[in-house]
Design a binder for this molecule. Structure first.
Ligand SMILES: [Zn+2]
Length: 339
């Protein structure tokens, strides 16, 4: 039964939008946007179109405010300008930006006051995916989230909070969103581990029992929702995570653009960093702050499951996430001047 929800996260109902508390620099998001003539840049046009129209989701009920609401920074206003609708843009990794061409747009935050919620995916009752060796995804999620929490606190992010939720799957999603919205963090990061659709599962025997596996795919992936009220900041943080994962030598999961994934296909927003959009995810679109979901790796892949179980891999991933948060908090990147 658990295997039916292989992606381990559930989409849901249409959302409204709340008045938004701005925390950090909408302009940070723009650091990953450059004007180019790339032919595959169409997705971002949609992003900016959503300032006057709705985002692409057919389920969305109200106009998005995420680019039309007042911005404290002039540059952020400029980035949200309807004039941008006709500009072709594409996402590139910040690593490609020339620092000399950039200028700072926000003061560094104070790590001791910066609030990040680490959401442990699933619950003890609804454990998510099951690994090739019959270990619940929740176990992986909790272990990794705790490791990330330790690292962040060691780096001075004292306000890091682990969000553990109880109860059945869908109900727990609503609960965790409510809890996050009450905590009002600057960032929300949901930790998960990946699997595959049932049709791709194969049988094998482990410790004398029949189990399921698929060695076909591996890798991390990062998800954001274009329906999140602060999509731009969400995307900026997702890009930093993807960039840090890549810097750690990890590859992202490529299969989400493939037809074989059926209804689990998702648009790849940046082919360098492995950031996908998953617009309908409740924890990404109903959270009233920048929100990102990290599928840290595949636990249905027999080799990767072993790696994900190892302290070394957990260390690599938690270091990458911590570096991304630090970079987010201490922006070294600005955005380009007037285009
Ligand atoms: Zn999951």
């Amino acid at each position: 039964m658990k295997r039916r929800e292989f992606i381990c996260v559930l989409g849901g109902i249409a959302s409204g939008f709340w008045p938004r508390r701005r925390t950090i620099i909408a302009a940070m998001a723009a650091m990953v946007l450059l004007p180019i003539e790339a032919s595959d840049a169409g997705w971002l046009s949609d992003v900016f179109k959503s300032s006057s129209k709705q985002a692409k989701s057919p389920k969305q009920g109200k106009p998005s405010k995420h680019v039309t609401s007042p911005k404290p920074a002039t540059l952020a206003k400029r980035a949200a300008s309807p004039k941008r609708h006709n500009i072709k843009l594409a996402a590139v990794g910040p690593v490609r930006l020339n620092p000399a061409a950039l200028r700072p747009v926000a003061a560094a935050c104070d790590p001791s006051k910066f609030r990040i919620v680490l959401d442990v995916g699933h619950t003890a009752e609804s454990e998510g995916a099951i690994s090739a060796r019959n270990v619940a995804e929740f176990v992986f999620n909790l272990r990794l989230a705790k490791r990330i929490e330790e690292k962040l606190k060691a780096e001075g992010f004292a306000e890091t909070k682990l969000l553990l939720t109880e109860g059945k799957a869908r109900r727990s999603l609503v609960k965790r969103v409510d809890t996050a919205n009450n905590l009002q963090p600057s960032l929300f990061l949901s930790i998960h581990h990946d699997s595959v659709p049932n049709k791709l599962l194969e049988d094998w025997e482990f410790e004398g029992k029949k189990r399921h596996f698929s060695d076909r795919f591996s890798g991390y992936s990062v998800f954001v929702s274009r329906n999140n009220p602060d999509f731009k900041t969400s995307f900026a943080f997702a890009e930093l995570i993807g960039k840090e994962m890549k810097a750690q030598g990890l590859d992202y999961a490529r299969q989400y653009t493939q037809a074989i994934m059926g209804r689990y296909q998702h648009p790849l927003l940046n082919k360098e960093t492995g950031v996908y959009s998953y617009d309908e995810l409740i924890v990404l679109r109903k959270t009233r702050m920048a929100a990102v979901l990290l599928e840290a790796g595949s636990i249905i892949n027999r080799d990767e499951e072993l790696k994900m179980s190892s302290p070394e891999r957990q260390d690599i991933i938690s270091s990458g996430v911590t570096a991304a948060v630090k970079e987010f908090c201490e922006p070294r990147w600005g955005i380009l001047g007037p285009l």
